[in-house]
Design a protein around this ligand. Sequence first.
Ligand code: CAA
Length: 395
Amino acid sequence: MAVAIPRRFISLPDLAEARGVAPAKYTQGLGAIEMAVADPSEDTVSLAAEAGRRALAAAQLDPDQLGLLVVGTETGVDHSKPVASFVHGLLELPRAMRVYDTQHACYGGTAGLAAAVEWIASGAAAGRSALVICSDIARYGLGTAGEPTQGAGAVAMVVTADPAMLAIDVGISGASSTHVHDFWRPLGHRVAEVDGHYSVQCYLDALAGAYRGWKDRAGVTSEQLARICYHVPFCKMAKKAHAQVWRCDLDDRQHGDPLATWDAAAEELAAARAFDTQVAPSLLACSRVGNIYTGSLYLALASLLDHDRTLAGQRIGLFSYGSGCTSEFFSGVVGRRVQDRIEALDLGGVLAAREQITIAEYEQIMAEVSPQPDSARPGFAFTGVRDHRRQYARS
Ligand code: CAA
């Protein structure tokens, strides 16, 4: 895995002050501490290419061994040409491979990952590997309820038959999908439309269905998972999600034994304790970057593996949610070589390399449309449009 995030961020208490909101609403109510701010030079392509470059370097993979490149995104840069196509060119990857984007809101990256895993497991890959990248710029607009839940970033994953970090349990997953208008972005709109509180309920309903589907296939419950990573639109959502999973388990047990009685207060306390152990470590990076849509679940995974170095050989759960909506609960076993890869990922270094800006500077960046790349900063950057063709440079 590798992570690429914008070079700038704001502090959420600063944003709260500027909006006349109690800082605790953002820091405790939503669980957000900082938020990534992407300028126009840091678009979905440049972030994806940088994450992809870092992931290939960390895995020391010869690009000729790749047979598949998938980018999951809901903030592409063209109605026809996929982000993956730009990335394919910028990373100078071989011609003999499949290259495409996958889209279903924040689930798009998981769709790409599932395609890659199943391609390899089926034998069709014939020994080749896949590069899956989740990349997005999450925007709701200034002064909206969604503003403190914005963010931007990309997570790239090299998928092989011999995984170093996580061996996914192929075929053991549960899915849940419904046609709802909880979050969407009409063609031509720069920011998303969202029915915020309804979207939270849609997420929780989908989670209940997907989790129960996984449970049926896996034959175990959440308590047998060492940790669980959720899609993280804002950190408090993961807490609501874990309480939902706990409720599902409780309801299912009650269903199996209608005469049993439960101490609701004790169950709530147990759920909160389980959250601290099973989920909280996955939220450290998310609380400092914000929502990165397709990559949020995988940023949570990176954060978990970075923070908790004792998980090798243990099974963890993952929940991916895409508004609209579709969702999947799946699981995997942490690999024995996770330590080396997490050191190469250097999440702490990636976060520390950023610069904090003021709310006035953030508002100015949000209004900008022309890229002003910083040539002193290593990485890919969008430099402008020439003859209707987007141009990129690497410094
Ligand atoms: N101190 C501490 N806590 C406070 C507080 C204070 N002074 N003031 C409020 N709070 C708490 C509230 O009690 C609430 O906590 P609970 O949810 O536990 O009750 C929390 O802060 C948020 O307060 P509100 O519900 O009043 O906040 P809001 O109405 O302004 O907006 C939101 C919250 C709906 C999540 C909004 O930020 C939003 O629309 N975000 C974008 C949509 C989103 O992220 N949806 C998530 C599910 S959809 C999905 O997952 C896909 C995706 O990526 C978009």
